[in-house]
Design a protein around this ligand. Structure first.
Ligand code: NAP
Length: 644
């Protein structure tokens, strides 16, 4: 029943000159694989011209200009013949050939056990993540109702899959539109930092991204477009929040209390509930003395006020995490003065293409060359897959624990530090402030094209790392007693990441409250199911944030498939409810914590990190290979659950 949802390549009607012009922008390694789909000839895989290596966001494989020119000339020939023969692409099915093509593209051997996962992700052969529902009568599916909480990236995905399955569902979204984080975070400069041709659903590629790392409005629009394209908009109830959900044991279903923005409450009963509320949704304001006393405009970065104009204003930004890192360079030239308050310096890695626009030739290749966009997705995914994971283990014998966790991490430190030194030049004082005092990769590493440090070097910008004593009516006072008189204070201070499904009240069997069961230690089997909470499936739940690579969309696609396979198991067996066994959950949790405890994110040099809870324990992250998570979440195993 797999059916390709991604659009097929458009027919080529362009003349040779136009094709030649487009090829100037092509990723040559990707083009080489598309040529195989056009000619059917795999000889390129054995030729002397080939990609030499792979690195995150490097799409030319370090090939020489001469080699690239040679391939462009050959490609023109192949493409014109393909065009003149009516654009008949050659499907390639043989797994070993696919594996060879993958290995060629990334200039390293791709193990066979990664091929099925990557094939799914690339959708070379249809949408393999759809489940087959044919053996369950349509009326039984339509009688089963699911409430999805949240209409962000994961909630939209769940909606699309539920619709495909023919299951009845409602998505409750507190905002007026979809996108979640991409709806709410509207601060200037907000953009994604996973390459966009990978950061989109595997079955819904977008060949029209205007930038390689698109900005918020375009991302939000993508999700709006998806709910229309897949016909699920009518299932969304906007401007409505879930305030409480209680599991009714007599009926074996969830009773959900909703509150609309006008304050009116209503009830919704559902057989199952999918939480898609995200980890970074509830803004966290810092506990700084006098915070409320400021007389000017103050706002959290995720609650940016569209009516506030920063031009010519004195602005204080508190925090130097991912949000501030994008905001500060964007407003630096517009404001009169900018004080940036840093508690911990962020590590950043060089990505000179971070703000680059997608060239017209690249868009043409994505649209017209068969499977080009699919191979390009793989090219972005592979270097962000599992390769980095082993290097994030703390080596207990490594002698320089004060600055790195192992030999590889030390090299990373050198590369990152050199990148900063090159930009800071002679300004030793600035360099001392911006090189972090904790090991690299322990907190979210930021993509950098040089805009952060160049903003901090501007005459009207000051980086203050002395600590904040208090906020007064007039502005911010640092620990030296220096007042920065501000018109606007922006709290780029992050989110309540460790409080999952908060502030909703979720009550499971026997009146057990989820926030009390979890306390400081949110935990779920595979990050998805929780003992005492039957028929509740979390997307992007505890232990599923990715800090080493991948994309949350990949993870969500795995989690949604798992949740739907659970619903399918209920319908197939005629059971009403399923609950993960405590022992299964506890065993998983023990293994998860065992893995996390000696990884870089738990390193003692890290003082403040949203990856850790208040006791310093990492609960939000996944330590697992993507390959393993994909395998474990393909379908529920009935043995892991108690059924009612
Ligand atoms: P964040 O990474 O948690 O950063 C919060 C910043 O505020 C940190 O610099 C933190 O300092 C500082 N801070 C917090 N409390 C403070 C206090 N009381 N006094 C002084 N400073 C304080 O939050 P974020 O920047 O909003 O980013 C959160 C996550 O959202 C990111 O890690 C990322 O996953 C996601 N995000 C992604 C993108 C993207 O894709 N491009 C963009 C934005 C956000 P410490 O470091 O010392 O705690």
């Amino acid at each position: 029943m797999t059916q390709a949802l991604a659009p097929a390549a458009e027919k080529i009607t362009d003349d040779n000159a136009a094709i030649e012009a487009a090829l100037a922008d092509a990723s040559i390694p990707t083009l080489m694989l598309s040529m195989i789909h056009m000619s059917g000839d795999t000889a390129l895989l054995d030729g002397g011209i080939r990609p030499l290596g792979v690195y995150l966001n490097e799409v030319q494989g370090y090939m020489s200009e001469e080699d690239k020119a040679s391939i462009r000339a050959q490609a023109l020939d192949v493409i014109t013949r393909y065009r003149d023969n009516g654009c008949q692409a050659v499907p390639i099915k043989d797994p070993e050939t696919i594996r060879r093509m993958m290995s060629f593209l990334v200039a390293e051997e791709v193990p066979m056990d990664y091929v099925p996962m990557m094939l799914e992700e690339m959708e070379l052969d249809g949408d393999a993540r759809q489940l087959d529902w044919d053996d369950i009568p349509a009326d039984e599916r339509a009688d089963f109702h699911v409430t999805v909480i949240g209409g962000g990236m994961s909630g939209v995905l769940a909606a699309i899959r539920l619709k495909e399955a023919g299951i009845d569902f409602t998505v409750i979204e507190k905002n007026a539109g979809v996108g979640g984080t991409w709806y709410e975070n509207r601060y200037p400069g907000c953009r994604v930092d996973v390459g966009n041709h990978f950061y989109c659903y595997s079955f819904a590629p977008n060949h029209d991204w205007s930038e390689y790392f698109a900005r918020q409005p375009e991302l939000q629009q993508y999700f709006e477009d998806c709910i229309d394209r897949f016909g699920v908009r009518e299932h969304f109830r906007f401007n409505t929040e879930v305030v409480k959900a209680q599991f009714d044991e007599s009926l074996q279903q969830w009773q959900i209390t909703l509150r609309a923005h006008d304050g009116s409450e209503s009830q919704l009963d559902s057989n199952a509930m999918i939480s898609a509320v995200g980890q970074l949704n509830r803004p966290k304001l810092p506990d700084i003395k006098g915070r409320e006393s400021f007389a000017g405009v103050s706002m959290h970065s995720a609650q940016w006020r569209s009516d506030v104009d920063v031009r010519g204003k004195r602005v204080a930004v508190i925090g130097t995490g991912a949000s501030a890192f994008q905001l500060v360079p964007t407003i630096a030239d517009e404001v009169e003065s900018l004080a940036v308050y840093q508690r911990s310096a962020p590590w950043m890695f060089p990505n000179i293409d971070y703000h680059r626009e997608v060239e017209e030739g690249t868009k043409w290749c994505m649209k017209h060359l068969p499977f080009y966009s699919r191979w390009y997705r793989f090219l972005l995914f592979w270097p962000a897959c599992d390769g980095l994971l082993p290097s994030l283990k703390i080596d207990p014998n490594w002698p320089h624990q004060d600055r790195s966790i192992n030999e590889m991490n030390e090299m990373v430190r050198e590369v990152f530090t050199d990148w900063m030194k090159q930009q800071v030049g002679d300004d030793e004082a600035l360099l001392a402030k911006v090189v972090p005092d904790y090991v690299p990769l322990a907190k979210r590493t930021l993509q950098d094209n040089g805009s952060w440090l160049s903003a901090l070097k501007k005459d009207n910008v000051e980086l203050n790392n002395l600590g904040i004593r208090e906020i007064t009516e007039q502005g911010v006072i640092d620990s030296n007693g220096e007042l920065f008189k501000a018109d606007i204070i922006v709290f780029a201070t992050g989110f309540h990441a460790n409080k999952f499904l908060w502030p909703m009240e979720i009550v499971g069997r026997k009146g057990i409250k989820l926030n009390e069961q979890w306390g400081e230690d949110p935990a779920a089997y595979l990050g998805i199911t929780v003992p005492n909470f039957p028929n509740l499936f979390c997307l992007y739940g505890p232990g599923t944030n990715l800090a080493f690579g991948g994309s949350l969309i990949f993870h969500s696609e795995c989690e949604v498939r798992y949740a739907l396979s659970a619903i399918k198991a209920l319908l197939q067996t005629g059971n009403k409810a399923m609950e993960v066994r405590q022992t299964v959950h506890d065993d998983f949790q023990q293994r998860l914590q065992g893995e996390l405890s000696d990884m870089v994110w738990s390193h003692p040099s890290v003082k403040n990190s949203w990856y850790q809870n208040d006791s310093g324990k990492v609960t939000v992250l996944s330590p697992w290979r993507l390959r393993d998570f994909w395998e474990w979440t393909k379908a529920v195993s009935a043995a892991d659950y108690d059924f009612v």
